[in-house]
Every structure is written in structure tokens, then in C-alpha cells.
Design a protein around this ligand. Structure first.
Ligand code: RB5
Length: 150
């Protein structure tokens, strides 16, 4: 798996996306910036889908998406097969979303948390591993749900 992090935001998350991008690049991580590229108003599902497909296709190991609340991004990203997008608002939820849920996309609400907290969340989310074991069984059950034809 490529050690690339896909980033995406709408206008509300643009400033924080740029901050996260700088922060990760300083740490020598490879970034795929899926946009948006300014604070001009855009629609969050377009960017959630770009990041989600990049991760689902194996072009990035993980993704981070940011909108005003993080809610729209998480709803949209979770529509893509194979994506487990977690909306995290503190270090604990970030850690648990990796340990227990094997989240492959982190969703942040730029209007809900300050930038310093967001960077701490990103940090812990990227360095925490999935615990597996009984959590693997539960995550597998999520995959079974998404493969059922409705
Ligand atoms: C944009 O105003 C806002 O609706 C969006 O960033 C996000 O919060 C949606 O969930």
C-alpha cells in the first residue's frame, strides 16, 4: 500500500486543509490534494467522493476530508464501497476510530474545532494502528452490509 494521504475539503474546510497539508509535508508524508483549491463556495460531496475513491482504489493509504461540521463529508465518503470514514472531534475519538473501527478516512469539522486540536487529532489518527481481533469480525460485518444488494 502506498504511503500517500489523500486530502480534500470544501470551502469551509479549505484553510484547515492547507494547514494539515503543510503539517504533513513537513513530516515527509506524501500528499494527494484532491481539492478544493480556494475558499470559493463548492459542494462537499464532490471532494468527499474524490478522496474516498482515491483511498478505495488503493491510490492512497488513508484520507482526510474537511468541511464545516465534518458531517456532510462523512455521509458522502461512506457511500463509497470499502470506505470507513469517521467523524472525530477529539484525540480519543480519533484513536478509537483507528483501534476499533479501522477507519480509513478521517473527517473533521473546521468550524467545530480549532486548528491546533485538528492537528493533534490528525497526528494520533495517523499513528494509531487497528487492533484487529474481535474488532476485525465487527469491521468485516460492516463490509457484509455494504455488499448486500438493496
Ligand atoms: C458549507 O456551508 C457546509 O454546509 C459544509 O461545509 C458542511 O458543514 C456540510 O456538512
Amino acid at each position: 500500500m502506498l504511503k500517500i494521504i489523500a486530502l480534500g475539503s470544501d470551502h469551509a474546510g479549505f484553510e484547515l486543509k492547507e494547514k494539515i497539508k503543510q503539517y504533513l509535508e513537513k513530516r515527509k508524508l506524501k500528499i494527494k490534494d484532491c481539492g478544493c483549491y480556494s475558499e470559493e463556495s463548492v459542494d462537499y460531496p464532490d471532494y468527499a467522493e474524490k478522496v474516498a475513491r482515491t483511498v478505495a482504489n488503493g491510490k492512497a493509504e488513508k484520507g482526510i476530508v474537511i468541511c464545516g461540521t465534518g458531517i456532510g463529508m462523512s455521509m458522502a465518503a461512506n457511500k463509497v464501497l470499502g470506505i470507513r470514514a469517521a467523524l472525530c472531534w477529539n484525540e480519543e475519538t480519533a484513536e478509537m476510530s483507528r483501534k476499533h473501527n479501522d477507519a480509513n478516512i478521517l473527517c473533521l469539522g473546521a468550524r467545530m474545532i480549532d486548528h491546533e486540536k485538528a492537528l493533534r487529532i490528525v497526528d494520533i489518527w495517523l499513528k494509531t494502528n487497528f487492533e484487529g481481533g474481535r474488532h476485525r469480525r465487527r469491521v468485516n460485518k460492516i463490509s457484509i452490509i455494504e455488499k448486500k444488494i438493496c
